[in-house]
Design a protein around this ligand. Sequence first.
Ligand code: SF4
Ligand code: SF4
Length: 388
Amino acid sequence: MQKSLNRRNFLKLSAAGAAGGLLAGGGTLSAGSLNNLSVKNGIIHRTLGDTGLSVPLVNLGFVRSDNPRFVNLALDMGMTLIDTAHGYSNGRNEEMLGEVLKNRPRDSYYLVTKVRGNTEEQIMEQFDISMNRLQLDYVDILCLHGSGSRQHTLDEARLNAFSKIKAQGRARFIGVSTHSNEPEVIRAVSENNIYDVVCTSYNFRMENYEDLKQAVAEAGDAGTGIIAMKTMAGVYWDKERQDPVNVKAALKFALQNPDIHTSIPGVESFLELEENFEVNYNIDLTPEEINDLRLDQADTGMFCLGCEECIGQCPRSIPVPDIMRSYMYAYGYKNPALARETMDALEIRGDTCGSCSSCSVKCVQGFNVAEKIKDIDRIRRVPRDFLV
Ligand code: SF4
Ligand code: SF4
């Protein structure tokens, strides 16, 4: 993978920004993104692959479970796709959504949730619990949470559980979410006519990840609905949160790809929510926004590329990319609950690095892996009740 934006892609982006045109209703579109777009009440929509669901380009990802007003405001503004997961905030996120959504017409939103499990029984059990929390008869999209390989994605027990839930009508569509080894997982989805949707990391820091872009294009051609996650690439460039990513620019960048049908950024404030929503009216990148994305620099801030170049370097087989993602959730997103859930899912016993005193892992981004692991490992000792 190349680490800096090549000039050809940079010029392509600049040209797309310069060629934007005004749409009826106030939305503007760039020349490179005219595919698969429609405008409703000024809000730009794309169709989520063969699901046929028409959704705004920017919707709602994780929000704090103690603030349902974010969800109500998002829905009132015109977002229609709400994303959650069985494990978010130990289930409190689904419970909060259940309380909000019971007051809304069922056809006014699309709900995505995600479950994990190694056996059919575990998945069915998690899903039953999620449905009780959500107070729904069905979800619109049920995803296998956090798959990192073809084998995991197409495992027979998982496929049986997901197919059964869909056949029962308790999930209209089924999909997979992936944060690492994304091209392999996306192809496992698009080359097999089982899942309808894939939620994948996709952002400006991955612009030169050619295999990811190719896998996304193949999935788009195959009719897979594609939802972008991690569009903000960590939200901040620094652990101290003094140097924020230009989030509107980051969203616009991801949405220039016509095969990225929608995005689900999480929000921490009403201002962030409003800024994200504005992108639904205009995805043209200005020269200043392109500049803000620092595309000609190698620094990825807190975002782990998920390239897996580090896999196999650690004698203890520590899942480094997953732990780097947890670190980003804690320091970039300021979401310790999600950071803890990510660590818990790894089922590590004891201290992650144990007595290993010399780190042999060389990250292509220059992350000090051992230091970051030591730092984030502390979150596993925090009582869950303290993590919202
Ligand atoms: S310090 Fe580095 S090599 Fe040692 S266990 Fe941790 S990640 Fe692996
Ligand atoms: S930690 Fe570094 S080498 Fe490993 S997946 Fe992330 S960016 Fe790649």
